[in-house]
Ligand binder design. Structure first.
Ligand code: UDP
Ligand code: MG
Length: 309
């Protein structure tokens, strides 16, 4: 008997916990046919509502339901990592509890695993129901990311993914603190089949992502998988040297031919502020990397468990 582990991160999702279970359980005949058991691991990411109580109720009904509850909100990335660590399955799948990752895709996903793929990932081809500005920035982010990072990050990729034990172990071997799972999936490699589907809107509750949270997350992603921003300082520095050199020759030649009237302090002031700005910007980028390095060096745990069953 093989085992499928289902990882479900939850943050203030009391109204979705049971709905998810009911939806997932529709796969039971399919799993039985494959002679496969399953375990659902809800990760309670420091919810302030009745999420824990809902999960406990489910556990009493069905002992295949498990919970790992964090001591506070550690973020979805930490939740996914905790789920992978606690999963005992030969196959592991991560799904959102809001049913935006339809559990009904599971049979199709397994059909590709049977064809020899190590993982089946999902990608939404539309961004229907999302604010246009958010879609615009998301698209820009993926374009930029794929220019400056060697790791492939697919536009519209979701965290909804079915993986073999081998791939899960590979992901678990990446113990970095600043986790950007979309990049980690790409980094570990393996054969991945991309399943495409139309965006589905959240059934109940609200998205936990504000525009700013997403922006910070995208910066995190860029920094975790690319060091190109660090090179910006070098490139801009070089560029400014070339400009300065050309300007120097121009000024010397002009002074020799037409004399040197004392003027031009406004332009000097402008140049000084511009250069100072660029320097601070570059130091800022370096500082960001330094801060990330500092956090990594501290080697803090990715999450802290308060309760589990
Ligand atoms: N989530 C989490 N911790 C957080 C934020 C979100 O575990 O700090 C979970 C949330 O409960 C949901 C999933 O991550 O199951 C995706 O969150 P959401 O639906 O808010 O994001 P969106 O689908 O809008 O990208
Ligand atoms: Mg969602």
């Amino acid at each position: 008997m093989k085992l499928l582990s289902v990882i479900v991160p939850c943050y203030n999702e009391e109204e979705n916990v049971v709905d998810f279970y009911n939806e997932f359980i529709k796969n039971e005949p399919f799993l039985n046919k494959r002679e496969m058991d399953f375990e659902i691991i809800y990760i309670n990411d420091g919810s302030k509502d009745n999420t824990i109580a809902e999960i406990k109720k489910l556990h009493e009904r069905d002992e295949r339901v498990h919970m790992v509850s964090f001591s506070r909100n550690f973020g979805k990335e930490a939740g996914l990592y905790a789920g992978l660590e606690h999963a005992k399955g030969d196959y592991v799948v991560a799904m959102d509890v809001d049913l935006q990752d339809p559990p009904s895709l599971l049979p199709e996903m397994f059909s590709y695993i049977d064809k020899g793929y190590d993982s089946v990932a999902t990608r939404r081809v539309t961004r229907k129901g999302e604010p246009p500005i958010r879609s615009f920035f998301a698209r820009c982010f993926y374009k930029l990311m794929n220019v400056i990072s060697k790791t492939e990050i697919v536009d519209g990729a979701r965290d909804y993914r079915l993986m073999t034990r081998q791939m899960v172990d590979a992901i678990l071997s990446m113990k970095e603190y600043n986790r950007f799972t979309k990049g980690i999936y790409g980094w570990v490699g393996f054969e991945t089949y991309w399943l495409e589907y139309e965006n589905i809107e959240r059934v109940k509750g609200e998205t936990k992502w504000s525009f700013w949270k997403l922006l910070l997350y995208s910066i995190e992603g860029i920094m975790a998988f690319s060091t190109v921003p660090l090179s910006i300082a070098a490139v801009v520095g070089l560029l400014f040297c070339v400009i300065a050199f050309a300007a120097m020759i121009f000024i010397v030649v002009r002074a020799m031919i037409w004399g040197d009237p004392v003027a031009g302090w406004p332009s000097t002031a402008c140049i000084i502020t511009l250069v100072a700005g660029v320097q601070l910007f570059c130091i800022g980028i370096i500082g960001q990397y330094l801060a990330k390095t500092y956090m990594e060096v501290k080697d803090r745990p990715i999450y802290i468990v308060k309760e589990k069953f």
